[in-house]
Design a protein around this ligand. Structure first.
Ligand code: FMN
Length: 191
């Protein structure tokens, strides 16, 4: 609704703690996007000694038929050539107890993939055994997106842990578990 007597800029500025128009600052954008709560994943790729992983919250599902997902990876990431050479990756959904795991895989040095329990998925890419769910995917396409690359992939295998675990949450730059489980059981399986 338009506020009488105020320009758009005045109307917005009076309500907003932060307000920017083009050019938008990247760090401010990151902080604002941090107000959009997400889960946390570790993307694994590579087979055998080449296996590696990195912590990512830019995962999203794209299509059900065919089943497709994507995530965005920084162009300088050490995982980028691994995903490109392997042509596959796995998305591991972290549980509330995995904050240290998330931080370990967010480090710049080689991730501790061989110190974490894992098993190979159908693509050969390791899946973290403690992840609350995983999607194993074959790469379909990649797109340049500024300083990131978007990796689009088809889901060829998935799994959910038997134990119902709460997810790890990323909000305002902080990692943490949900205090209360939002829903009991697995409602996605009810139809
Ligand atoms: C909660 C969280 C979410 C992240 N999400 C992403 C992401 O979506 N894409 C990305 O490129 N980096 C993301 N990062 C940063 C990478 O984990 C980190 O930059 C990276 O592991 C550093 O080394 P690398 O980029 O060479 O793998 C995230 C980090 C954290 C802690």
């Amino acid at each position: 609704m338009k506020t009488p007597g105020l320009s758009h800029r005045e109307a917005v500025s009076s309500r907003m703690a932060v307000h920017e128009t083009d050019p938008v600052d990247g760090k401010v954008l990151r902080n604002v996007c941090g107000l959009f709560v997400t889960g946390v994943t570790v993307i694994t790729s590579g087979v055998g000694d080449a296996a590696d992983g990195t912590t990512v919250n830019s995962f999203t599902s794209v299509s059900l038929d065919p089943p497709m997902v994507l995530f965005c990876l920084h162009k300088e990431s050490r995982l980028r050539p691994v995903v490109q050479e392997t042509g596959a990756y796995a998305v591991n959904f972290l549980a509330g107890q995995h904050e240290r795991l998330a931080r370990a895989f967010a480090a710049r040095e080689t991730a501790p993939i061989h110190t974490v329990a894992s098993h190979p998925s159908v693509t050969g890419v390791p899946v973290l055994s403690e992840a609350l769910a995983f999607l194993s995917c074959r790469l379909v396409d990649e797109f340049e997106g500024g300083d990131h690359v978007v990796f689009l992939a088809e889901v060829v295998e998935l799994g959910v842990l038997r134990q119902n675990r709460e997810p790890l949450i990323f909000f305002r730059g902080a990692l943490g578990a949900l205090e209360d489980e939002p829903m009991a059981g697995h409602p996605i399986w009810d139809g």
